[in-house]
Design a protein around this ligand. Sequence first.
Ligand code: PLP
Length: 375
Amino acid sequence: MNKIYFDNAATTALRPEVIDAIVESLRNDFGNPSSTHAYGRSAKSSIELARKSIANLLGCTANEIIFTSGATEANNWIIRSAVRDLKLQRIISSKMEHHAVLYAVKEIAQEYGIELVFVDNDKNGHINLQQLAELLQDKKQTLVSLMHINNETGCILPIDEVAQLIKENGAYFHSDTVQSVGKLKIDLQQTPVDFITASAHKFHGPKGIGFAFFRKGLLTNPIFFGGEQEKGLRAGTESVHNIVGMQKALELAYERHDEEKAHITELKSYFISRLREVYGESAHIHGHENTLYNLVNVGLPISQEKASMLLFMLDMKGFAISRGSACQSGSPKPSHVLAEMLDDETIKFPNLRVSFSHDNTREEIDLLVSELQKL
Ligand code: PLP
């Protein structure tokens, strides 16, 4: 049976070079980075080299990067510490955010008794920037939290424009950049965003590791209390091999970016042309003109009966595909993201989220399309 992986927005396969770097670190760098002897110093130096390399790629300084267990932790930490330490009166966000932000802003706003406002969006996943600008005019102490790339639809926020607007109005800007780090080059020197987050497993690195970027001076209080790791801001022995693996994964993503982007972009447009051949205009490509080059979220003109079997049938044939975010994949409820974008008729069409990587091929797309044709 074929085994075809089209779920790269959920997670990605580790690159062989990343596995090698991790194994090498596990084998040779097992010292506790807090120990003062040579073993400890070596592990500590690996962490600091990784921090420098990552900071360099993103255009920030090494002390603005804090390693975390992943993006859920980083998003929660940023939102909580911003509300608490920057004395916020309000959070502005969107109902299309990943739950790692959506549930966090709801909980934290309630806990601290501050205002929470959601900006509107249109059917293509564009955030209403006019409304955002109007909201910001009152100059309340505000954190705006808007994701760069939506993990279900691939919809892109014009991050530079949004960052500029927020800065001009004296508010703070957090962007969940989990789906863009490693795929789009973010330059933190040019884009005045205050906080971003990343997760290595989304760019062919290991799971359980990510980072938060806090613009200088904006992070003052720890997330956990304990040891002095991460300058006392995040206590707990560092996951050295995962940090090294993340560094390698990001370096390779940057090194191979142009060539891989061209390949994946070509796959995406081939897939869309095949969908058009089979379904014509009755296949709804959600957010079409406004999506990242690696993802197609398509509503298919098939009956609900067939739809309920769709993922199961594709799984049986060896295709790994999902409908929305991995944490919701088993749920019969429609995606909260599509529910915000689509009208009552369009949302009835069963959808698939097909997300590509550099490893995919046209032949794999042909196999998928021929399975869909059998429905
Ligand atoms: N934010 C987005 C946009 C995501 O796609 C994900 C991953 O599913 C997360 C946050 C959570 O990241 P992590 O798996 O590192 O906790």
